[in-house]
Design a protein around this ligand. Structure first.
Ligand SMILES: [Zn+2]
Length: 120
């Protein structure tokens, strides 16, 4: 029996308790030994997802977008506020704007995945 199984053996579906450790992804049903396991707590219960389903976990993505909007806007104000106020928008500046929002999004997502990862 793999290490990722809950005591009742009801892996692969939403569970209301934290005795989980399923052997299959709750979203796509793939065996977690192949892709790793990530635990997410939702209002409906806890979910264990494989890495491909975890990176598409909507609540995590919504949170990462909020973090990106707040942190990215602060960084742009700090680093490029003078350019914004002068209205000197160049093509290179727009590229930097995108990256300034992308970095906090990736960091927030990476952190959420790292903290939700289950180990055997
Ligand atoms: Zn999956």
């Amino acid at each position: 029996m793999p290490g990722w199984v809950n005591r009742r053996g009801d892996y692969g579906r939403r569970m209301k308790n934290d005795e989980l450790v399923a052997s299959r992804c709750t979203a796509c049903r793939v065996a977690l030994e192949k892709r790793g396991a990530f635990l997410f707590h939702t209002d409906e219960g806890s979910l264990i997802k494989c890495v491909l389903c975890a990176v598409r976990h909507r609540p995590m993505l919504r949170r990462s977008i909020r973090v990106s909007l707040v942190v990215g806007t602060v960084l742009i104000a700090i680093n490029h506020g003078d350019i914004l106020l002068r209205g000197e928008w160049t093509e290179g500046f727009l590229w930097k704007l995108g990256l300034t929002y992308a970095v906090p999004f990736l960091v927030a997502t990476w952190g959420a995945l790292g903290s939700s990862r289950l180990r055997r």
